[in-house]
Write a protein that binds this ligand. Structure first.
Ligand SMILES: Nc1ncnc2c1ncn2[C@@H]1O[C@H](COP(=O)(O)OP(=O)(O)O)[C@@H](O)[C@H]1O
Ligand SMILES: [Mg+2]
Length: 224
């Protein structure tokens, strides 16, 4: 898997030697200026991508809005970037396939890279990212922008609880039947996915939001 232990993900020296599309070249140049360290060396300024993940009803939108507002950074709502065909499917209770999700995930990733290129210090994205391979599609964002540190905040709560929340939720195309199908395919983050922070989302919304924010702030303090 990809590693985010350092600001420069593994294998990027080779990647950097390859010609890149002009937008990506700009993104590297735009982030090349950075903090001057004690030894006089410059370290590229780091940017953060916070993915708020988990099945329908876990509180992605609730938490993502809170983080974006508290940190004053842009927020991308994944649900708004599905093609109409996906929305039609989910509205009628038909689960999405892997094939339905690839373009959506790529669009979200590009949107996140764009916000950073436009000058944001970080971006919050609400996106279920249910499977390892979906998270890996998002992790490619660090290939296009070597200043980017990616973290997934996985909101964890029992299926029955999410079913109740989604049943009570008004005005969303995703019905309660999507909770079961999403749990069926959910791949909980593995131990070696070291960029994942798991948050207990079974508590009341205020507690969950504050805990997520504290975890993010701790990460920012550690990573700069
Ligand atoms: N921790 C929580 N406890 C109780 N209700 C919650 C909690 N978090 C979110 N909700 C409510 O549950 C519903 C689903 O939350 P939402 O943020 O839309 O989830 P998601 O974006 O993951 O589908 C919403 O009506 C929201 O107000
Ligand atoms: Mg949502």
């Amino acid at each position: 898997m990809l590693s985010y232990d350092s600001a420069v993900p593994n294998g990027q020296d080779q990647a950097a030697a390859a010609p890149l599309p002009s937008a990506s070249v700009n993104s590297v140049a735009a982030t090349a200026t950075g903090a001057v360290m004690a030894d006089g060396q410059t370290r590229p300024q780091q940017h953060h991508l916070w993915l708020i993940t988990g099945p329908a009803g876990c509180g992605k939108t609730t938490v993502a809005e809170h983080l974006a507002s508290a940190l004053d950074i842009p927020y991308i709502e994944g649900d708004l970037f599905h093609p109409q065909a996906n929305i039609d499917k989910m509205s009628s209770g038909v689960p999405l396939t892997d094939a339905d999700r690839w373009d959506w995930l790529t669009v979200l990733r590009k949107e996140a890279n764009s916000r950073i290129r436009e000058g944001a210090a970080g971006v919050v994205v609400a996106c279920s990212a249910l499977k390892l391979k979906y998270r890996d599609v998002i992790r490619v964002a660090a290939y296009w922008d070597r200043s980017l540190l990616i973290h997934f905040i996985f909101l964890h709560a029992p299926a029955e609880m999410l079913l109740k929340r989604v049943t009570a939720r008004k005005g969303h195309y995703m019905g309660a039947n999507m909770v079961k199908s999403q749990f069926d395919i959910l791949e909980r983050p593995r131990e070696d996915e070291i960029d994942v922070i798991t948050v207990d989302a079974s508590r009341d919304a205020h507690e969950v939001k504050e805990d997520a924010l504290e975890r993010v702030k701790a990460m920012l303090a550690a990573e700069g």
